[in-house]
Design a protein around this ligand. Structure first.
Ligand SMILES: Cc1cc2nc3c(=O)[nH]c(=O)nc-3n(C[C@H](O)[C@H](O)[C@H](O)COP(=O)(O)OP(=O)(O)OC[C@H]3O[C@@H](n4cnc5c(N)ncnc54)[C@H](O)[C@@H]3O)c2cc1C
Ligand code: SF4
Length: 563
């Protein structure tokens, strides 16, 4: 019985912290640098634009490029994937008096909702538990919303640099100075190809990391400034598809139970979401906690199995899959937040630090609100002409006074209780919800996903065979993500290549994009792991389960448009 953590990846966070190396006159200087064009980063850029409009003298003080946003995807939105049923609080606050909700690219308000407990053939409707009630929330494609927010950020004066991965955190004399972007045009072994372009040092007065789940530099910064929280972070893996359908769906649906197994030994926590997107599209996704133990579990294939349920098959009947994608969700909640959300010259936002309400499956409004509060804190500090750590600490105060803190505190043990199994966990979670977090159920330790000891079952034998219509194999799914990663670029995935067989099998089944294969067995019983990095859709699951994803060349990866 192995644990993925027995085979740590060849990765050191320290290798990704550096002093600026470009000569001073060749560095690209910006006022405030935002890494990540997701809801957190774009809300930050939009709020800064609003503040600079009100204080034009500050724009001058911030130089030629007051605000820049780096995005590793082909364009803003290319790497955004979510549900997405959005609590409109933060969007309303961001666009107060400027835009109404019905002026944003949404699919309207949630029309109604149902929750079912599934078994293989049946679907038992239950009254929606409080966290699953979505009255007043709005349905979006996060990828579409990201493109819209990026336009608004540009209109507000931000410079957006797509196809640009932030690779290293620039730190000098204990202060974050900016980031170094990744090289482009290197071959498999690292040599320079004809189109080689070296990365650059981007230096800024304040750097805001809004990288989302498994943020590469966020992890590096948490390590460098010892910001780790009380509990380790844990994650869920979500796989989703967008379908064109023949008949409109008239409500949002959540399911629990099948195809996950309830017995405690499997530690399978999760459920599905099925959301209408207008008259002719539906999104369907499955979310599973990455603390599961069975090496033969594949969330990709469980989603395929879920679609064969009579209730769900009916919704998709006569339809066609348009897009597929995968991403992790940080789920440790309140107790896994970093100790502090700032360091000298640095602010941390959104999913990167785990601002997600797991029972509600919501993080977009926290990302937007934290981006807005980061903008205001950075702006205040710069107005006073300084960015030492204490000047940025007002960001932590603002987060503590915000609805983000209150909400996350109310559901603080919600994920951890499910370590006790589905039924006991469900009862404890209900007690916490009913009492708005006041019921003390004792502090529960989160265990890192990579430390779960593995079991191997024959679960993989019952996944449905792909038929290319309702059910698909992993490679056709990668194709449906629009992934166009160059085959001959350097490997961006750090994993130990020789591991116990059960760990190799875990990775091969877990990766929704078929990056890992169990290779040759050695005399000592260990096996080689074969890696096909160009399939990777950068979901982040490997970082949770014993490896480390680093950002590949900018512009690589999926090209989501409606996820
Ligand atoms: C399947 C699924 C369903 C969900 N459903 C919902 C829902 O219904 N409602 C809800 O509110 N929330 C939902 N969430 C959670 C929600 O999507 C997140 O909380 C939210 O997207 C976080 O926003 P963010 O800006 O922090 O990060 P992200 O949305 O992840 O954006 C981060 C951006 O930064 C870029 N980036 C990262 N690292 C770098 C780097 N080093 N260099 C350059 N660019 C970088 C990424 O490419 C990305 O574009 C769901 C999540 C998933 C996966
Ligand atoms: S290799 Fe890429 S797609 Fe596969 S699990 Fe890791 S991050 Fe996700």
């Amino acid at each position: 019985m192995s644990r993925p953590s027995n085979f740590p990846p060849p990765f050191s966070a320290r290798d990704y912290v550096a002093e600026p190396t470009d000569p001073a006159d060749e560095r690209i200087e910006v006022g405030i640098l935002i890494v990540g064009a997701g809801p957190a980063g774009l809300a930050c850029a939009i709020r800064l634009g609003q503040l600079l409009e009100e204080h034009p003298e500050m724009a001058e003080r911030l130089g030629d490029v007051p605000v820049a946003v780096l995005e590793k995807g082909k364009q803003p939105g290319s790497h955004l994937l979510s549900g997405a049923v959005v609590d409109p609080r933060a969007l309303r606050r961001l666009f107060k008096d400027r835009l109404r909700m019905d002026e944003l690219p949404s699919y309207g308000e949630v029309p109604g909702e149902s929750v079912y407990v599934l078994s293989r053939r049946s679907a038992l409707p239950i009254p929606p538990p409080p966290p699953m009630r979505n009255h007043g929330n709005w349905i979006f494609s996060l990828s579409e919303l990201g493109r819209f927010l990026a336009e608004k950020a540009e209109e507000a004066g931000a410079m957006i640099l797509p196809e640009t991965a932030a690779q290293k955190l620039l730190v000098s004399h204990g202060r974050v100075m900016g980031v170094r972007t990744g090289d482009k045009g290197r071959g498999r072994e690292g040599g320079e190809l004809g189109n080689f372009e070296a990365g650059s040092d981007l230096v800024a007065k304040v750097t805001v990391l809004a990288e989302g789940t498994q943020g590469h530099l966020t992890g590096v910064a948490i390590d460098r400034f010892s910001l780790g929280g009380e509990e380790p972070q844990v994650w869920e893996l979500a796989v989703k598809e967008v379908w064109k359908v023949a008949k409109p769906l008239d409500r949002v649906i959540h399911t629990m139970g099948w195809p996950l197994r309830g017995a405690k030994k499997y530690r399978e926590f999760g459920g599905s979401f099925i959301y209408p997107m207008g008259e002719d599209m539906v999104t369907i996704g499955l979310v599973v906690g990455l603390d599961y133990r069975d090496a033969s579990l594949s969330v990709h294939d469980l989603l395929q199995e879920l679609k064969t349920h009579p209730k769900i098959r009916k919704i998709l009947k006569g339809g066609e899959r348009l897009q597929w994608g995968a991403k992790t969700i940080p789920s440790g909640g309140f107790n896994s937040l970093p100790r502090e959300l700032h360091a000298p010259g640095l602010l941390l936002c959104g999913d990167g630090v785990g601002m997600v309400n797991v029972p509600r499956l919501k993080g977009i409004h926290y990302a937007i609100e934290s981006g807005k509060l980061a903008a205001e804190a950075a702006f205040r500090a710069l107005q006073r002409g300084e960015t030492p750590s204490s000047a940025l600490s007002s960001y932590d105060d603002a987060i503590r006074d915000s609805f983000i803190w209150k909400d996350l505190h109310e559901v603080r043990n919600m994920r951890q209780v499910f370590q006790r199994g589905f039924f006991v966990g469900g009862a404890l979670a209900s007690a916490m919800t009913m009492s708005k977090g006041k019921a003390e159920i004792g502090k529960m330790q989160a265990e890192p996903d990579a430390e779960q000891s593995l079991i191997v079952t024959d679960r993989d034998k019952s996944y449905p065979a792909p038929d290319g219509k309702l059910t698909f194999d992993k490679l056709s799914s990668v194709f449906a993500s629009g992934n166009k990663t160059r085959d001959d670029q350097p490997n961006h995935i750090r994993v130990e290549r020789r591991v116990a067989r059960d760990v190799a099998e875990l990775w091969a089944h877990m990766c929704p994009a078929q990056v890992y294969k169990v290779g040759r067995e050695d005399e000592d019983g260990t096996v080689m792991v074969d890696v096909a990095p160009s399939n990777c859709v950068q979901c982040g699951a490997i970082t949770a389960k014993g490896g480390r994803l680093t950002p590949p060349e900018g512009g690589s990866g999926p090209e989501y448009t409606v996820t």
